[in-house]
Design a protein around this ligand. Structure first.
Ligand code: PMV
Length: 341
């Protein structure tokens, strides 16, 4: 029996976009300007437990043992409100989250965080949602979270309204996702100064390059999808790198500029290019932070990691790396699963 006061736990993995989402067509519903394509990663994830029906008149949330306050708290409450509305309940909730992703450093913690929250809250409220409905719900917390409902390669269709904006798995006839890896270069695990929400808003409103990036974007996505279909890592890597560079170009020309790329990021980007010249498969992508993620072939990931550590030892002595492979989709432990045990 499921009832609204039983807790539910969900684990969701972070995803890194190969073809990016940057800019909203609808701020309230989080409808993006562009569709996007991502790889879900095994090594970075969030586990969240939600229980409705606590005493008191406010939701309570902790992340890694710390009480969540301010804007981050309000975003959690907003997502819980959507779940309460749908389930027809008014109970307040306790949310306990544990992250293996450094929070808010452009390492996709909001993707895994809101996907796990959507899964756990829906199950704790007794809702039986399809993966597509969970993707739409997670999207309301953070756009990129729509993709973390799924493992491997996922595409988020921009759509035009709440119903049509959701992610789904990408057909992968050659099993390319199993051959992919990401070497995450953690140059700075601190919190970013400009949120992705603010960074994209400013870019859409002020960058003279934004429209041309959007125009190129459809071709980038088509090319990436074709590369997946053909199992062509070289083509996928090249277009992913070009798409991310274009996105950061739009940020650089925003007013004032949205600056996530640091000197150390630039050194990492140059090292990735040098690795390619050595004949290793390596392509760089970056998100709303200074860290660089390097797409490579799973069988070469340890070598790429070791070479990048060597090459960056002097310029970034604090560098930490995470070698991640294709990860699974959302896993929910429903209240009734627990009772069965
Ligand atoms: O985490 P969000 O939903 O605010 O979006 C961030 C967008 C990027 O990470 C920069 C790109 C992407 O598609 O994930």
């Amino acid at each position: 029996m499921t009832d609204a006061s039983s807790p539910a736990t969900a684990t969701a993995h972070a995803n890194i976009a190969l073809i990016k989402y940057w800019g909203k067509a609808d701020d309230e519903l989080i409808i993006p300007v562009t569709s996007s394509l991502s790889l879900t990663l095994d090594a970075l994830y969030t586990t969240t437990t939600v229980r409705f029906g606590i005493d008191g008149d406010a939701d309570e949330a902790t992340l890694d043992g710390e009480v969540v306050t301010g804007k981050a708290y309000n975003r959690i409450v907003d997502l819980l409100d959507l779940v309460r509305e749908r389930a027809g309940i008014t109970d307040r909730a306790e949310v306990i989250s544990v992250n293996t992703v450094p929070t808010a450093a452009g390492l996709a913690s909001s993707a895994s965080g809101f996907a796990a929250l959507a899964g756990a809250a829906a199950a704790a409220a007794g809702l039986e949602l399809s993966d597509r409905e969970l993707s739409r719900l997670a999207r309301r917390g953070s756009g990129s979270a729509s993709r973390s409902i799924f493992g491997g390669l996922a595409v988020w269709h921009a759509g035009t309204d709440d119903d049509s904006s959701y992610a789904e798995p990408v057909a992968d006839p050659t099993g390319l996702s199993r051959d992919l890896a990401m070497v995450v270069l953690v140059l700075d695990a601190g919190e970013k100064s400009v949120s992705s929400r603010e960074g994209m808003r400013r870019t859409v409103q002020t960058s003279p390059d934004y429209r041309s990036w959007v125009e190129e974007h459809a071709g980038h996505l088509a090319s990436a999808m074709e590369a997946v279909k053909n199992g062509d890592l070289e083509r996928l890597g090249a277009v992913a790198e070009e798409n991310a560079a274009g996105m950061h170009g739009t940020m650089a020309s925003a007013v004032p500029p949205v600056e996530y790329v640091t000197d150390q990021s630039r050194a990492a980007l140059a090292a990735v290019k040098a690795l390619r010249e050595e004949g290793l498969p390596a392509w760089a992508t970056m998100d709303a932070g200074p860290n660089v993620k390097v797409l490579t072939r799973a069988s070469e990931a340890e070598r790429v990691d070791a070479r990048l550590r060597e090459m960056l030892a002097e310029v970034a002595p604090q560098l930490g790396t995470v070698v991640a492979y294709s990860g699974p989709g959302l896993e929910i432990t429903r209240p009734d699963d627990r009772e069965a045990n």
